[in-house]
Ligand binder design. Sequence first.
Ligand code: APR
Ligand code: PHB
Length: 389
Amino acid sequence: MKTQVAIIGGGPSGLLLSQLLHTRGIDSVVLERKTKDYVLGRIRAGVLEQGLVRLMEEAGCAERLHAEGFAHDGTLISFGDETFRIDFTEHTGTPVVVYGQTEVTRDLYEAREKAGGKIEFNVEDVVIQGADSDTPHVYYTVGGEARRLDCDFVAGCDGFHGVSRQTIPLDVRREYEKVYPFGWLGVLSETPPVTHELIYANSSRGFALCSMRNESLSRYYIQCSLSDKPEDWTDEAFWQEFKRRIPADQAGKLVTGPTIEKSIAPLRSFVTEPMRWGRLFLCGDAAHIVPPTGAKGLNTAASDVHYLYNGLCDFYENNSVAGIDSYSEKALKRVWKAERFSWWFSSLMHRYPDQSEFDLKMQAAEIEFLRSNKAAQQAMAENYVGLPY
Ligand code: APR
Ligand code: PHB
């Protein structure tokens, strides 16, 4: 089989790139390890920057997002029982959109299927060959049957545990990593969100986050030990701890109920450089990971896709390599700013096992500076709604 762009990975990065390329008549094939249902079963963050909204519009996939997504003009931040608000729209003129990543992925799958896009599921044994030549190709198997996909370019959109990053030789790759000494225990509950905006809470017992999927589906998180397992937490234990971490006035009106999903995710900052090797381009989690605090995972994958999509269009439409040659440098410049914001916000809002009394005073002073300084709130808002592409 031959295509112009072989895309490894049928998550949001791979699907968004495939659909955008399709709108410009550029052919691609998506090779996905799992089934579509498995991919759509993943529970992920749901805060979209305007840049991603615009890409979904360009891809012709934004109808449901606009109909069902919620514009959020700001967020609440609490330190103990003191709460203040960061007004995104006042500082930046734009809101963020709350719309589940699962729904973004669902909309993209629907668009690819409607357009007759080629997506292969249950793909195994993927090997990328010739990435450093003019004739890259991908070997893989489906149901034990060996297949080969010849292409002009390979987009590695196969996430942190994929094969694409590993294809780049160790003497070419440079990796940067920070593993955080805690995880996030997240639950979904069919209950009305405690308030109409998100609440990021730094309490003496640790971090908590009030989020949502819609007006009757809440998404809540608490910082937890890396040794915790979801089964260690009964619903009752979760609600009791959650109420102790969010501001008392919010806890007083929290509607609890049975959780329909409960999982623990570790927190990591990770970047691999470069994001390109020959005709292989890394996008999204294949190249970088952020702690979820700033909701930058999907949104930084989106800016990668934006740069690569425009670079490939430049190649096919104008016979220019300028866009693909500058891809890695351009993408990494924005990736590192997202990494910085996610690290900063995580450092601000979590309690760390090795924090000294002085460290705690610094954290309290940083939060007080954010609460009381307009420039600090402006900077926070600009990073949260999304820095320019
Ligand atoms: N072959 C084919 N597909 C693979 C392989 C492989 N060897 N390895 C992984 N995959 C698939 C996974 O099954 C997954 O569906 O690649 C896809 C990668 O998707 P994501 O991990 O969602 O990464 P990405 O598309 O970059 O999206 C980034 O999603 O994971 C969240 O927090 C992340 O919000 C961020 C966004
Ligand atoms: C979520 O809704 O899952 C979510 C929202 C904001 C974050 C992280 C996760 O910063």
